[in-house]
Ligand binder design. Structure first.
Ligand code: NAG
Ligand code: NAG
Ligand code: NAG
Length: 429
């Protein structure tokens, strides 16, 4: 993309932000809804807590199996997101506001949702947005500076976007400007007029069946059309989240602006390397209890070697690194091995009493030793079985997934290009 387009968007953001600054003094937060939690349109009251984890794991692996590595190398813009359907947020578009659910994706750089009239839409359980009913909706003409060079033009001279994901899901349609409204957790709506959005009239979601209840994707990646870039100066290019364990009854939060700053005792920070729209960190090793496993000499021994992603459930590692970690765990855990009845995860244990302490896993990112919450690294998948929630894949990843990020406040500061971590009980923020 050209710098020119980027600057235009930035200036554009600056102009419309001014009038909203009073509501945004300290930033704001929105709810981040796990797709299987009670506030989600996917919620199945009959599912128990094990099924929720089992289903999430299965989706994650299903994605890995659909992953088409060639599409990633051939088309850098086909960004792409491992089972991008873990967390949802609600937002409204248009005038009057029309409520939608979007999958939040730190690996995607555009906000798109299904739009009428559909040429081809997937089955969405909530109503589909109809731009003809909104007074603030405008297609972007191809001649506009807002129409990026990688787009195409239709016979009405309207800018057409197209995104393809590595699992071969895609969305195509009009690139448009529309009022985008977030409902802050304080109950105050925060509106952003003239946000560039993709109004998708030709969409599929391949690997995840459940994706169908969502309207589309809210990209929080780094790119000119991502929500973070478009909210721009008003949030100082900062956002954070704190992901709750699945069994929690409260909702996780996604914070923007000043409230997203991760500060205080125990904060550690590591540089971000941006690859395509992804946020990539540099992992130097793991510790299993006190035993350190260095990645030096392994297939991950490069700068910028692990994507951090809120949408991916499991943590994916290449087979050599995975094998080293696995043997350290096998050495350390004194429990009887068990088989995963779902044949998904390969290191599981029989747990007969509650009291067993699994070893603490520490991720050593460059400059940041991050202690991982053990309830997210070793997950219960049945009454008496707990499994290690990492997965070996030489095609997909490496990815630092959302189970491993539970009970961590994770802050992205795109100005300083760092990600900060702080261990905490996410139900208390
Ligand atoms: C929808 O997009 C797909 C993928 O690019 C394309 O093959 C198909 O022809 C499009 N369908 C319509 C109705 O435009
Ligand atoms: C679409 O979803 C609804 C609600 O879940 C369901 O009743 C309907 O059968 C689905 N239609 C198709 C074509 O999948
Ligand atoms: C969550 O809610 C359920 C039902 O309301 C309750 O039984 C359970 O104890 C609650 N769990 C937590 C962690 O608060």
């Amino acid at each position: 993309m050209s710098t020119h387009i980027f600057l235009t968007l930035l200036l554009f953001s600056l102009c419309f932000m001014v009038s909203f600054s009073h509501t945004l003094n300290n930033g704001f937060s929105v709810e981040l809804i796990h797709r299987d939690s009670p506030k989600s349109p996917f919620y199945q009251a009959t599912e128990n807590k094990y099924q929720r984890i089992v289903n999430a794991v299965r989706r994650s692996i299903n994605f890995a199996n659909h992953f088409n590595k060639d599409s990633l190398t051939n088309t850098p813009r086909s960004t792409v997101i491992p089972d991008k359907d873990a967390y949802l947020m609600t937002y409204s578009v248009g005038t009057p506001p029309f409520k939608l659910y979007g999958f939040v994706d730190t690996g995607s750089d555009i906000v798109w949702f299904q739009c009428e009239p559909c040429k081809k839409c997937y089955n969405q359980t909530t109503p589909i947005f109809n731009p003809s009913k909104s007074s603030s909706y405008k297609n972007i003409p191809c001649s506009s500076k807002l129409c990026p060079s990688y787009t195409s033009c239709n016979d009405q001279n309207s800018c057409q976007y197209s995104v393809t994901y590595v699992d071969e899901s895609y969305s195509q349609g009009d690139l448009s400007v529309e009022t985008f409204t977030l409902e802050s957790t304080t109950g105050l709506p925060v509106s952003f007029p003239k946000t560039v959005i993709g109004c998708g009239t030709n969409n599929t979601m391949t690997s995840s069946q459940g994706a169908r209840a969502s309207s589309g994707i809210v990209g929080l990646g780094d790119g000119p059309l991502s929500l973070i870039t478009q909210l721009g100066s008003s949030i100082d290019r900062k956002f954070s989240y704190c992901l709750l364990p699945y069994e929690s009854n409260t909702t996780s939060k996604l914070n923007f602006g000043d409230v997203a700053v991760v500060s205080g005792d125990g904060v550690v920070s590591t540089p971000i390397v941006i690859k395509f729209a992804f946020y990539v960190l540099t992992l130097e090793g793991f510790s299993i209890g006190n035993k350190r496993i260095d990645i030096r000499g392994s297939s991950m021994d490069v700068e910028g070697n692990m994507m951090i992603d809120s949408g991916t459930t499991l943590t994916f590692l290449p087979s050599d690194v995975y094998a080293n970690l696995k043997s350290a765990i096998v050495e350390s855990v004194k429990l009887e091995r068990a088989d995963d009845p779902n044949h998904a995860l390969d290191l599981c244990y029989s747990v007969t009493s509650d009291g067993y302490n699994f070893p603490l896993i520490t991720a050593h990112f460059k400059g940041a030793d991050v202690k991982l919450y053990s309830g997210g690294t070793f997950v219960p998948i049945a009454d008496d079985i707990i499994c290690w929630a990492f997965f070996s894949s030489d095609d997909l990843g490496p990815i630092f997934g959302n189970l491993a990020q539970q009970n961590l406040l994770v802050g992205y500061d795109l100005k300083q290009k760092i990600v900060s971590f702080k261990s905490m009980d996410c139900s208390k923020v």
